[in-house]
Design a protein around this ligand. Sequence first.
Ligand SMILES: Nc1nc2c(ncn2[C@@H]2O[C@H](COP(=O)(O)OP(=O)(O)OP(=O)(O)O)[C@@H](O)[C@H]2O)c(=O)[nH]1
Ligand SMILES: [Mg+2]
Length: 369
Amino acid sequence: MGSSLPKPEFQSHIHDKQVKRGEDIVFRCEANTDRLEATWEKDGERLYEGDRVSISQNGKDLSLKISKVKEEDEGKYTVNLRNHTDTASDSASVVVLEYDQDWRTIDWGNNHSIKKSLQEYKPSGQGPKHLRILLHGPVGVGKSSIINSINSIFQGQVKVGALSCALASTSFTKVFKTWKIIDKETGLLPFVFSDIMGLEKEDYKGVHTDDVISILKGHIKDDYKFNSSPLSKENTNYNSSPTLDDKVHCLVSVLSANSIHLLEEDHKLIKKMRDVREHASDLGIPQVVLMTHVDACLLVKNSLKNIYSSKYIKKKMQDCSNKLGVPMNCIFPVKNYSEEIQLDETVNCLILNALKRIVDFADDHVSNL
Ligand SMILES: Nc1nc2c(ncn2[C@@H]2O[C@H](COP(=O)(O)OP(=O)(O)OP(=O)(O)O)[C@@H](O)[C@H]2O)c(=O)[nH]1
Ligand SMILES: [Mg+2]
């Protein structure tokens, strides 16, 4: 009497995978018997041996290899076992972390010319002495770090001194402060940054939206310490006759890639940011979003040059776009200097490109005043 055919079963399974483009995927599993036929599927379609696909069965060991992964390889993979007694199947998913091609182009070798154009920039027409750029957003997203990083680029070395007092004296920025940027070679640059306390969801915490709106109009003097109630017109810190230099020429909303998912569309904090944006729009002030903490994505942490191929980053930018109502082409991902002690041209490149846009937008605004 011949031995009876065993029912096919898995001794070990295939597992979900996340891969970068160009890498290979290998699924391996073990069956309980070699007396079966194994077939592989992707999203329900049978897979056959091909240029990038190798299928092997060595006794009970089964494997599928996809070489040089492309975006199209993302999906659900299934291995089916069959013999005359029964069938069994097992599935796992593949997520390809990157697009096949960068979805936005950036010239990584162009830092020198962008920096030069910013060093040589002069505000248009009868405009102000300097452009004023206001950074606002939730607590701890990296508003002060952006100013610090820009300062570092123009100083030619990573600087913490200029802003460390503001950062170190309290856990967050509490005072309204204007930061001038001094270029190591050419001196004072004609754009300044207004750094403010972060927004919080509670009405009595963080910077009051009325204060942010007053800052847009140039009504708040430097060194004003933010309060839970907005600054009144009677206060000595209230500037009742702001000049063009005191007014904001570009509003930069700052959000962080690693915390944007925590803010629902109807979150109080998002509502506050939209409220400020609406006032800025009424005043004709151009707006840009900087998305910080892009190194939350491992691909990007390994190499910043993956920024525009990373699906994670695009998803986070779309999230910022939907929540704030700002088009994608006004959103710039940046990595701030945080732990580094030396400048890095790729870090500089993202910041310089974003800054150039901000200055161009602000300049358009002042030239139309
Ligand atoms: N990894 C990483 N850390 C960052 C980045 N940007 C800022 N940080 C860190 O995040 C922390 C908060 O940064 P701040 O610049 O103080 O944030 P802020 O928005 O000014 O915060 P408040 O003044 O409290 O509202 C600091 O420890 C920074 O070093 C970034 O792009 N990547
Ligand atoms: Mg700060």
